[in-house]
Design a protein. Sequence first.
Length: 110
Amino acid sequence: MKGTHLGEFQELVLLSIGVLYPEAYGVGIKEEIYAKTGRKVTLSTVHAALNRLEKKGLIKSELGEATKIRGGKRKRYLTITSYGIKMLSESRAQREQFWNAIPEIVFDVN
C-alpha cells in the first residue's frame, strides 16, 4: 500500500514515543532522539514527522492541560496506535532478516 513505508527518521520518532510513553510530546521526542543517537534535530522536523505519522494512522495525539509553566499552552501527547505497533514490528522483522542473512565471515574481516 502506497504511503505506508516507514522511513528511518519516522521509525526513530515512533520508537521514541514508545520509550517516553505515556509522556511523549515534541520536545521530549527531540531530546530522546539526541540522547539515543547523538543526532540533533529541530523541533519543526519532529513536528513534521508527527503530522505525517498521524495522517498515516500510526500515532494519535491528545492535548494535555494548560499549565502556567508553559504560558497557558497545552502539550500534545502522543501514543502509538495498534497499526503503528504493527508497522514497527514489521520493520524490526525486516531488519532482523537482513542481519541474520549476513555470513559471519563478513564481521571477521581485519
